[in-house]
Ligand binder design. Structure first.
Ligand SMILES: O=C(O)c1ccccc1N[C@@H]1O[C@H](COP(=O)(O)O)[C@@H](O)[C@H]1O
Length: 191
């Protein structure tokens, strides 16, 4: 079954929501942008996430000192490089005990990370052309503009290991419980 990731958690209410709805993974964005959380905020929020839900740190310009603090505190299990990652970056993350997800470039569709990521933007809500994705050796995480209205079609076309959504699960800039619940249900009922 396709795993489901809800990304861009920002508040204790968001954590309570995912604890009730139980996606497989949740994401905290460390990258600059409107979802960005500090180390202290992620430490506080992530420890409230229910056991069994994987906690992912989303980075663009990885700060390994920050990741080390979060990993050693047990606040995160996984790092999501939202840019192609070098072998050294993947190895550094693994040395911290983290699973790795890394974005692939259109002109170099491969990665040494555990999971390959495709996305159209950086939490922009834009969708990709799902019919034009490369075939990869690793499991694939599909992101970019997913919501309850399109995730079943995306799963049917792409067969990703994980579907990941953030901005289209919001109303007025905050996670909308009905949209998050509908997304998880649509993904789980797909295939
Ligand atoms: O959300 C952000 O601010 C962000 C910043 C930098 C890199 C990635 C970011 N978001 C992540 O992008 C994917 C897809 O998001 P969407 O569903 O298209 O909004 C997801 O992992 C977001 O957390």
């Amino acid at each position: 079954m396709t795993q489901v990731k809800v990304c861009g958690l920002m508040t204790e209410a968001d954590v309570a929501l995912v604890n009730a709805l139980r996606p497989d993974l949740v994401g905290f964005v460390l990258a600059v942008g409107r979802h960005q959380k500090t180390t202290a905020e992620v430490l506080s929020l992530a420890k409230q996430v229910a056991p069994g839900i994987r906690r992912v740190a989303v980075v663009v310009a990885p700060d390994f000192d920050q990741l080390a603090v979060l990993a050693s505190a047990g606040a995160i299990d996984t790092v999501q490089f939202h840019r192609p990652a070098t072998l050294a970056q993947v190895q550094q993350a693994r040395a911290l005990g983290l699973q790795t997800i890394a974005r692939i470039a259109a002109d170099a569709p491969r990665t040494l990370a555990d999971v390959a990521l495709v996305d159209a933007g950086d939490g922009s809500g834009e969708t990709l052309d799902w019919r034009a994705l490369p075939v990869l050796a690793q499991p694939l995480m599909l992101a970019g503009g997913l919501d309850a209205t399109n995730v079943a079609q995306a799963i049917a076309l792409v067969h990703p290991a994980i579907v990941d959504a953030s901005s289209r699960l919001e109303t007025g800039g905050a996670k909308d419980p009905a949209k998050v619940a509908a997304f998880i249900a649509a993904a789980r009922n797909a295939e």
